[in-house]
Design a protein around this ligand. Structure first.
Ligand code: ZN
Length: 249
């Protein structure tokens, strides 16, 4: 097959990628001997010649990319349920609150300002920021109501705050990843139905920097609501859990 001649910019990019690949594939003796997660024992990425990290193995780097923490997984739907229910009831009773309506408008702005819905085949090559905007565009197309995203924000912020196992790492890293993942689940896939027995579904990978960008944008839109109302939502959740344990619903 004959390929069209590459532009200088494309040639530069190809050289940069080739240089990067050869750099990270040479084992680095300056890296730690074993991954810094207790009990892991595997060599860090750089020592194994399979990546950049001088301190963590490939498995733990992947885990952090996917979940936002070297050791914690993603919050389960069951763990979030009581927080979601409390957040939803609380917000529905306080829709006219200044900060709640302000956050709903800010989320609406994120959805409306997200630009076009991109083709799934283009997502892999996109920079994280554009990939994050594409995710908001898909949510807009799917008609995801801003209130659902605000409920998620309060529920996830509350669950992370009350979790006795801390996620470690940079402050906000786990929370932002979890917010991004939950938002992505709202409208993650591309679906084409060709007939009663024929359809095509594609889901972008739920890992990487773009999740944190989605999470950061949502956190910025909703932070005042969390600051002013999270305590009341957590109190409502605790009251309901106590009521359910005593057999009173
Ligand atoms: Zn490890």
């Amino acid at each position: 097959m004959i390929y069209p001649p590459q532009s200088r910019a494309e040639q530069r990019e190809l050289r940069r990628k080739a240089g990067f690949t050869s750099r990270v594939s040479i084992p680095n003796e300056n890296a730690l001997r074993v991954c810094s997660i207790p009990g892991c024992g595997k060599p860090p990425q750089a020592r194994a010649g399979r990546g950049l990290s001088l301190t963590h193995c490939r498995l733990h780097i992947q885990r952090r990319n996917r979940h936002g923490s070297f050791w914690k997984g993603t919050l389960s739907a069951a763990a979030l349920k009581p927080y979601r229910h409390a957040a939803e009831s609380y917000l529905k009773a306080n829709l006219s609150d200044f900060w709640v309506s302000h956050a709903l408008l800010a989320i609406q702005g994120l959805l409306e300002g997200a630009g076009p819905v991109e083709r799934v085949v283009d997502l892999k090559r996109m920079k994280p920021d554009r990939k994050a905007r594409a995710a908001f565009a898909r949510m807009r197309r799917a008609g995801v109501p801003p209130l659902r995203l605000l409920v998620d924000h309060l529920a996830i912020t509350g669950a992370v705050q009350e979790d006795p196992i801390r996620p470690g790492g940079e402050p906000g890293f786990y929370l932002q990843t979890q917010l991004g993942k939950a938002a992505l689940r709202k409208a993650s896939g591309y679906h084409s139905v060709y007939g009663p027995d024929s359809r095509y579904d594609v889901y972008p990978r739920s890992a990487g920097q773009f999740l944190r960008i989605i999470g950061r944008k949502l956190d910025k839109a909703c932070e005042h609501v969390a600051h002013r109302h999270l305590e009341a939502v957590l109190a409502l959740k605790a009251k309901r859990v106590r009521g359910a344990n005593n057999g009173v619903i």
